[in-house]
Design a protein around this ligand. Structure first.
Ligand code: 5GP
Ligand code: ZN
Length: 114
């Protein structure tokens, strides 16, 4: 997707602080961090949102969580704790329509939920 900022980051065409990359997924620091650690973990292929997930994407979604776990350890927030968020469409607060998992940590989250 040429006009998708996250596809461009995955392809190396737009700058980002990449913290992980493999054949299936890429992780990079959020441009406007909402916590001391704020990493976005995205599938390399363009998936608009959770609404567009196919059955064949199950392993890929599991992979995003495994990457989150590894990065949490790497960032030193595994024990103190962190939050994983996937926003979907307007009510979920999604602003970039390439599915992504937010990894947030390094301070106590202000809102229990919502
Ligand atoms: P959403 O609101 O869709 O769940 O999250 C989108 C996230 O992407 C936001 O936290 C926003 O700060 C981040 N973001 C938007 N544009 C860019 C960009 O060009 N580069 C990076 N690294 N993050 C971005
Ligand atoms: Zn994309």
């Amino acid at each position: 997707m040429k006009d998708c900022i996250f596809c461009r980051i995955v392809a190396g065409e737009s700058p980002a602080r990449i913290v992980f990359h493999d054949e299936q997924a890429t992780a990079f620091c959020d441009l406007n961090p909402a916590a001391p650690t704020h990493v976005l973990i995205v599938p390399n292929k363009h998936i608009v949102s959770v609404n567009q997930l196919a059955d064949e994407d199950e392993a890929l979604m599991g992979h995003l969580f495994t990457i989150a776990k590894r990065l949490a350890t790497q960032e030193g927030i595994a024990e103190s704790g962190y939050r994983l968020i996937v926003n979907t469409n307007a009510h979920g607060g999604q602003t970039i329509f390439h599915l992504h998992l937010h990894l947030l940590g390094g301070s106590r989250m202000k809102h229990p939920m919502g």
